[in-house]
Design a protein around this ligand. Structure first.
Ligand code: G
Ligand code: MN
Length: 277
């Protein structure tokens, strides 16, 4: 119900998109998508270091293609679910290796997109279970990060609860990503059974004297509900100090490290552990 003027640029853009989607097919087969890991550092020495997996597309000819370029496209053409599963499998492989190396409890979280969830509903859990079982991943080790928009797009709360229960039943934990970014409703924490809350970096960019009070209350509330809190996008030391005082459980951000290729992450972890010892 609107009108648009044709423009050569539209055709060109469409052509570029189609080309990129063709590359996607081939790259998925060739495993050009790589896992980068960003540390989630515990503020309490007792906890084990965790990681978030972030995708990077390293194309043999085009070089590095950044997620902000291809993720929206994969969403538009409804192919993002395939990449999510690819990443989940890659994460399971890493987790399996870490377990064999004796790293108990070194969990990894991986993003789960909104669209495949909406389309497939709780049936999607079966696909995740098959992969999890293939690598003998113990329950509770891997977390799926989803945004609140993934939950609010459903017409009824019951459907969402069934999906979340479905993931819990197969031994995956759930994290709410980008909390505080858009409409973040506190009611959501009452309705949905989630395990981890990820505070969006917006809290720490536009911080004024009121922000720590808000963050403190959210952390307290989350803890009362048995939810673990991770702060994202932490870049400077004073934020780490404040968050540690406020009992935030994990800190993620450039202050510690940007997302790194797996081997580099492991090297980073080794020096971090030496420094902590
Ligand atoms: O939405 P999600 O939390 O999954 O996105 C994580 C993104 O944030 C990644 O693309 C990662 O590179 C980026 N990121 C992680 N830590 C920081 C940080 O400290 N500062 C900024 N500006 N970006 C970050
Ligand atoms: Mn995330």
């Amino acid at each position: 119900n609107h009108c648009e003027f044709y423009d050569k640029k539209i055709a060109q853009k469409r052509h570029e998109e189609k080309e990129l989607m063709k590359l996607f097919e081939a790259s998925l087969k060739n495993k050009d998508f790589q896992v980068y890991l960003q540390p989630k550092v515990p503020t309490d020495n007792k906890e084990v270091l965790q990681a978030e997996a972030l995708v990077r597309w390293v194309h043999p000819e085009k070089g590095m293609i950044y997620p902000d370029k291809f993720i929206p496209l994969l969403e538009k053409y409804d192919r993002i679910g395939e990449l999510d599963l690819y990443m989940f499998e890659a994460v399971c492989q890493i987790a399996e290796r870490w377990l064999k190396e004796g790293r108990v409890g070194a969990g990894i979280s991986v993003n789960l997109s909104r669209k495949p969830l909406l389309r497939e509903g709780k049936e999607i859990c079966e696909k995740y279970k098959r992969i999890k079982d293939k690598y003998n991943i113990p329950d509770g080790l891997i977390k799926l990060e989803l945004t609140e928009s993934a939950l609010f797009d459903f017409s009824d709360i019951q459907t969402v609860q069934e999906i979340l229960d479905g993931f819990h039943d197969i031994g995956l934990k759930l994290a709410l990503d980008d909390f505080g970014f858009a409409y973040s409703s506190l009611a959501l924490l009452g309705e949905f059974d989630i395990d981890v809350l990820k505070l969006d970096r917006a809290f720490f960019i536009n911080d004024n004297e009121r922000t720590p009070k808000i963050v403190e209350s959210i952390i307290k509330l989350a803890h009362e509900l048995g939810i673990c809190v991770v702060a994202e996008g932490i870049e400077v030391e004073h934020q780490v100090e404040t968050l540690t005082e406020l009992n935030c459980d994990f800190i993620q951000g450039y202050y510690y490290s940007k997302p790194l290729p797996v081997a580099e992450f492991e090297a980073w972890r080794e020096s971090y552990e030496k420094q902590r010892a």
